[in-house]
Design a protein around this ligand. Structure first.
Ligand SMILES: [Fe+2]
Length: 188
């Protein structure tokens, strides 16, 4: 089982861009909160979330196709590799999310982007962000337009959860990294 510390050591070998590292941490926090919701291991889900874009910097045009070759040398299991591959389902690969871990990763990947963008616009950042504010931005298609709303809706359906419930969990999970993500209240 990959730990958070191991995940950090691994990702540092493959991702150098600051915004990708931030995105990885945001997804990791969200996944830890999803794990708690499902009574699973926050550390393990967080580590998978942290590693999910491992091949993106090296292979942006072949995203999710190089997960196995990059992770196998570190002793990653088939379950871990599959979980990461499946977050590109329907977009860059055909590995369908099946477990709650996989469905969660598929859903929060895009959703954390909207939450991050919403937080950055607010003087108080993510510290007192409500699902209602995020929902509003979710409906505004021009806002953070790169974040695919359809994928998020599809993910919530797979999970059998309401969007607002998943948003609340993502906010809570990302708040664990408020400082690292620079999402605290602005000074002055
Ligand atoms: Fe991602």
């Amino acid at each position: 089982m990959i730990t958070m510390q191991k995940a950090k050591e691994i990702l540092a070998q493959h991702i150098t861009q600051e915004h990708l590292l931030s995105h990885s941490l945001a997804v990791s926090g969200a996944m830890a909160a999803m794990a708690e919701h499902f009574g699973e291991s926050p550390e393990y889900w967080g580590a998978i979330g942290y590693l999910h874009d491992i091949d993106f910097e090296q292979y942006p045009q072949e995203h999710c196709q190089h997960v196995r070759e990059l992770l196998e040398p570190y002793g990653a299991t088939d379950e871990e590799i599959r979980a990461i591959e499946s977050h590109g389902y329907g977009l860059v690969c055909q590995v369908q999310p099946e477990s709650n871990l996989e469905k969660s990763l598929f859903t929060v990947d895009e959703l954390t982007g909207i939450i991050m963008a919403t937080s950055l616009m607010r003087p108080t950042g993510i510290t007192d962000l409500t699902p209602k504010s995020v929902n509003k931005k979710f409906k505004d298609k021009a806002f953070a337009a790169k974040c695919d709303r359809q994928v998020i809706r599809q993910g919530c359906e797979m999970l059998g959860m309401e969007l607002s419930e998943v948003i609340a969990l993502c906010i809570k999970g990302m708040q664990a990294y408020t400082q690292e993500l620079h999402l605290g209240a602005k000074e002055g």
